[in-house]
Design a protein. Structure first.
Length: 455
């Protein structure tokens, strides 16, 4: 991915007679029917015909009574895993930096982290997460416009708690009432997190089995979300515009398993790539290499920076790396590339580079589409599938220069990742809204420039 000079705006938020008829056919039987033959009259006596029994009219079948509100309204209750729906996204940003809203396919992930009895006191604690995968537009900016809340599956009563505040509420179910406690917490995406997350903690009676949660897209041009915070409202009356509303059940979430991914890019993997190709990785410090330098000028009328030229030449970069244990069997490795740029009010000259993460065992590159939100991948190692997160971000320094930070979250015992750096002629047109696909290092275009590795 090419190096940019700006930051993308983070926009987060919190959405069935059959009629039967019978007809009786009547047949008249002839009485005293005769035939005359050679002057003899033969009388034919018909055999008696049985009178049919009257046909009984079947009793109408009673329509089953809906088990709960969701069944009555035809709402599917979903379980754990990844689910899609139409949602609000930022297709771009206007001249004031405000998001331009549109409708697009969005992905949500529901999981019941755990359900546990609270010390045998007649109550239980339920922890769930509702994640939204950030929508990345074609220019690389990302957004998450959605809201969620608790819903009682039996009555359809929904509640949206205040953030970071444990609230006690009373749920009326006909002649019964339940005292519930709800805690809602929010966590945005980051270079170590691929999702915008709504976390819920529910304390309820041990025999309560109607807990559910909903999610919908948020049209920020209306106050539909704000109006219902800290109040009960029937699910059918919660406005969500053109977006879809998805409903998840806790009990169903506990009995369903999310689908498991296969290793990303496995068909492209090589064996012992680094060793077989005689490659080495550099350590920390400054390095001069044959790379590319970009020259841009600001358009005085539009204020947009126009690319004037990209030259292949020797450029300098400084690399450093840090490693931090996460406390859950995972660690974060951050590679930092420092560049020196020349920037005035209307002109910019600086290093143009492609950088990222590669598995030196397989020669596979794990790309990142945007800044400030991690990409999740599955790798295979020793016959085992492992999850990793790869992220990228900028950091502006006091002298005005910008460092590019590339992060990998992987198991603590993993020593297979290296950072790569090469030139970027900036002629490749990339649609960042397309999913990030793992590719082989052989498919990385870098022209005449050097390809360096760091560890």
């Amino acid at each position: 991915m090419m190096k940019h000079k700006g930051f993308y705006v983070l926009a987060t938020a919190m959405l069935l007679v059959l009629a039967a008829s019978c007809r009786k056919d009547e047949n008249e039987n002839p009485q005293n029917q005769g035939t005359e033959i050679t002057n003899q009259v033969t009388t034919v006596t018909p055999e008696p015909t049985a009178t049919p029994e009257p046909t009984a009219t079947p009793a109408p079948t009673a329509t089953p009574k809906p088990a709960n509100y969701m069944e009555e309204k035809g709402i599917e209750v979903l379980g754990a895993g990844r689910h899609g729906g139409k949602g609000y996204v930022a297709t771009g940003f206007d001249e004031n930096g405000a998001p331009i809203l549109g409708i697009a396919d969005c992905e949500y992930v529901f999981s019941v982290v755990k359900e546990e009895d609270e010390g045998g006191g007649g109550t239980k604690i339920i922890h769930v997460t509702l994640d939204m995968v950030p929508y990345v537009n074609k220019d690389g900016g990302w957004s998450t416009f959605f809201y969620s809340g608790f819903v009682d599956l039996k009555t359809g009563k929904a509640y949206s708690p205040l953030a970071d505040e444990l609230q006690t509420v009373v749920l009326e179910q006909g002649d019964e009432s339940h005292i519930l406690q709800l805690l809602y917490e929010f966590e945005p995406p980051s270079i170590t997190r691929p999702y915008c997350t709504n976390r819920y903690t529910l304390v309820c009676p041990s025999d309560y089995g109607d807990a559910g949660f909903y999610v919908a897209g948020w049209d920020q041009s209306t106050d539909a979300y704000v109006d219902r915070i800290d109040s009960w409202k029937k699910l059918q009356f919660i406005r969500h515009g053109e977006s879809d509303m998805l409903v998840f059940g806790v009990d169903k979430g506990l009995t369903t398993e999310p689908g498991k991914k296969e290793a990303d890019g496995a068909e492209l993997a090589e064996e012992n790539y680094f060793e077989e190709n005689g490659l080495t990785a550099r350590g920390e410090g400054k390095v001069t290499y044959l790379g590319t330098e970009a020259y841009e000028k600001r358009n005085e009328e539009t204020g947009i920076w126009d690319l004037i030229s990209v030259d292949v030449k020797e450029v300098e970069v400084e690399f450093s790396v840090t490693e931090e244990l996460q406390g859950d069997g995972m660690k974060q490795i951050v590679g930092r590339f420092g560049y020196k740029d020349e920037l005035t009010e209307n002109e910019y000259r600086g290093v143009s580079a492609k950088s990222g993460v590669m598995d030196k065992r397989t020669g596979l590159i794990y790309p990142v589409r945007t800044y400030g939100a991690a990409e999740p991948f599955v790798i295979e190692k020793n016959g085992e599938l492992l999850s990793i997160l790869v992220g990228r971000n900028f950091e502006e320094k006091e002298d005005g220069n910008v460092d590019v930070l590339i992060s990998v979250v992987c198991p603590e015992d993993c020593e297979d990742f290296v950072f790569f750096l090469t030139g970027n002629d900036m002629t490749e047109v990339v649609d960042y809204s397309k999913p990030a696909e793992v590719k082989s290092i052989h498919d990385l275009e870098h022209g005449e420039t050097d390809l360096l590795f760091f560890q």
